[in-house]
Design a protein around this ligand. Sequence first.
Ligand code: APR
Ligand code: ZN
Length: 240
Amino acid sequence: MELASRQAIVVLTGAGISKESGLETFRDEDGIWSKVKLEDVATPEAFQRDPALVQAFYNQRRRGLLAADIGPNAAHTALARLERDWPGPFLLVTQNIDDLHERAGSKKLIHMHGELLKALCLACGGKSPCRSDLGAATPCPHCGSEGQLRPDVVWFGEMPYQMERIYEALGTCGLFVSTGTSGTVYPAAGFAGEARQCGAQTAELNLERSGNGALFSEGRYGPATQIVPAFVDELLSGAV
Ligand code: APR
Ligand code: ZN
C-alpha cells in the first residue's frame, strides 16, 4: 500500500478490534445481539418503556469494560502509533463505546456512537464521566436532577455524533481503512463508498470479508492484533 506522506488517513473501527481484548462483538456467533434483542436495550423507545432494563444492560457492560483484565490490545496500540508517526493528517473514527483506543494513546478520535464511560442528562443535556452503575436515583452532577441520566450512547434511530467532521475527513483523505466492523450499520457502513467517491484508496482489515468488502481496493484478513500492526508497519515504512 503506497501513500504519499502528506496524504490524510481516516480509520474506522468496530467491535472486532476489541474482541481480542475480551469484549464481545455484536453479530458474531456469540455476539451481544445473540443474547439480547437490540429493540429491548438499544433504542430510545426501549429506554422509555423499561429504563431499568436498559440501565442494567449498560451497567453490566460498563462493569465488564472496567474489569482488571480488560485493556487495549496490539491493534489499538498500532493505531495510536500510526496517529503519532504518520506525517500527514490522521483521524480515527470508532463505532465502539469502550475506551480502549484512549487507553492505547489515541487522541485524534471520534466516538460516533458515544461512550459507555459517559452519562447524558435528559434534564439539562449535560454530559459527565460515568464509571459506576446508573439508576433511577443517580443525580446529575450538573443540575442535580435524579434519575435523569442515561448512558451517553447513540441508540438505533438516533443521530451519530460529529457526522459533519467525519464526512469532511472522508472527502479529503487519501486512504480510508476499515477494521473490525461487519459494515452492516449505517452511516458507518457507507464511509468506504464515500471515501472512494472522493478518490481515496480503501482497505479492509477484518477477521473475514465483510458485507461491503467489494468497496475496498485492499483486503487483509485475520485477527486484528496481527493484521493491524503489520499494516501500520507497511504504511509507516512505505510513506513516500
Ligand atoms: N479481529 C478482527 N476482526 C474481528 C475479530 C478479530 N479478532 N473478531 C471479530 N471480528 C470482526 C467480525 O468478523 C465482524 O465483521 O468484527 C466485526 C464485528 O461486527 P459487529 O459485531 O457487527 O460489530 P460492529 O460492526 O462494530 O457493529 C456496528 O452495530 O450494534 C451496533 O452500535 C453497535 O457500533 C455497533 C454497530
Ligand atoms: Zn442535568
